[in-house]
Design a protein around this ligand. Structure first.
Ligand code: PRT
Ligand code: ZN
Length: 313
């Protein structure tokens, strides 16, 4: 007796095996395969973004792969460094990784959306005591990094001749143990540099998590990707804005409305109290505190602010 086996079942006939395989093949063809970090700094935010996009994952996330129950999407959990290669090789259609990793790996992928989390910078840092005047201070120095490609490009662009010492972790201790004169590493708060007696000298790249795509997606997957990007953009807009609701006496409405930008213009509704109105609008988080102060000065009262779940313009 010959048995036919795939990763899910054992089949007694070749026909049954082929029928099921064809079914899986067709289903896979129509699913968008999204690679995200398996664990680490981008893991939680990547899952949260997908969840905020209304995508529900079926069977838990402690696996190598999982499927969405309400969107034709499969998630592959991988190391962040491997994501650009897997996307370029079409193992995944799209992926979420730090722009630092995407640029360092330099694979054939396209950045289709910046995601607004995982923000950091790739910087050159030197010992606090070093007299760093400009990038040319790095001439003939030894620099430790996990980003040899980006560092070399930066040095070449600036006509600096330095030796790159590639290490895979704990880059910041290299000068302290005499392994290098400087480092090139990711920085966010700067406390790791500070604790290791280093100062940030030059920024090579400002980075955040990005959605990358394989450039040869079939039309069905391209359509799914466009739909995913549309959702992501709505979530990003909502995260950057606040819904604001306030009361104002009618004679102050003009002054209040001048301060509020709104999506088109603020919505105004009369209150039960004669001579008062309620004003609704949307405010960008960057202007938020500034605008609140101005609104109070203009006569607004009872100001309520809430988060926006999705924002579609
Ligand atoms: O296991 P896997 O390979 O998937 O993960 P990993 O350990 O290689 O990566 P991980 O999870 O540490 O980082 C994933 C991504 O998060 C990075 O590629 C960046 O895009 C982004 N990110 C944002 C950061 C930081 N901020 C960050 N601060 N990645 C690393 N750091 C490290 C940095 O290397 C240094 O050691 O944090 C330290 C500096 O932080 P501050 O706050 O002290 O300046
Ligand atoms: Zn990694």
């Amino acid at each position: 007796m010959v048995y036919y086996v795939d990763k899910n079942n054992i089949y007694k006939s070749k026909k049954a095996y082929q029928k099921v395989s064809l079914f899986y093949f067709k289903t896979q063809q129509k699913m968008l395969k999204v690679a995200i970090q398996k664990s680490g700094r981008l893991y939680e935010d990547s899952l949260k973004l997908l969840k905020d996009c209304g995508i529900e994952l079926t069977n838990g996330v402690n696996k190598l792969r999982t499927e969405a129950s309400n969107f034709p999407l499969e998630i592959l959990f991988l190391r962040d460094d491997d994501i650009p290669q897997y996307v370029a090789d079409e193992v995944a259609d799209v992926g979420i990784a730090g722009e630092n990793v995407v640029q360092e790996k330099n694979k054939d992928t396209t950045i289709v959306e910046k995601l607004g989390f995982g923000k950091c910078r790739l910087s050159v840092a030197v010992p606090k005591a070093m007299n760093y005047e400009s990038i040319s201070s790095l001439n003939n120095k030894k620099i430790a990094t996990s980003y040899p490609y980006l560092l070399q490009r930066f040095l070449d662009d600036n006509n600096v001749n330095a030796e790159i010492h590639e290490i895979s972790g704990s880059v910041e201790i290299a000068p302290g143990i005499g392994l290098a004169d400087a480092v090139c590493d990711l920085v966010s708060s700067g406390s790791t540099l500070f604790l290791n007696g280093l100062k940030e000298a030059d920024i090579i790249l400002k980075s955040e998590a990005v959605l990358i795509s394989n450039s040869k997606l079939i039309p069905e997957k391209e359509k799914l990707l466009r739909s995913l990007i549309f959702r992501i953009q709505s979530v990003k807009k909502a995260r950057r804005n606040k819904y604001i609701l306030l009361n104002a006496p009618n004679d102050k409405l003009e002054a209040v409305c001048k301060i509020l930008p709104g999506m088109k213009s603020p919505t105004i509704m009369p209150l039960m109290d004669e001579g008062w109105s309620s004003v609704h609008s949307v405010v960008h988080e960057d202007d938020f505190w500034n605008i609140i102060e101005q609104l109070k000065d203009a006569g607004a009262q009872g100001i309520l602010v809430s988060s926006i779940e999705k924002m579609i313009i």
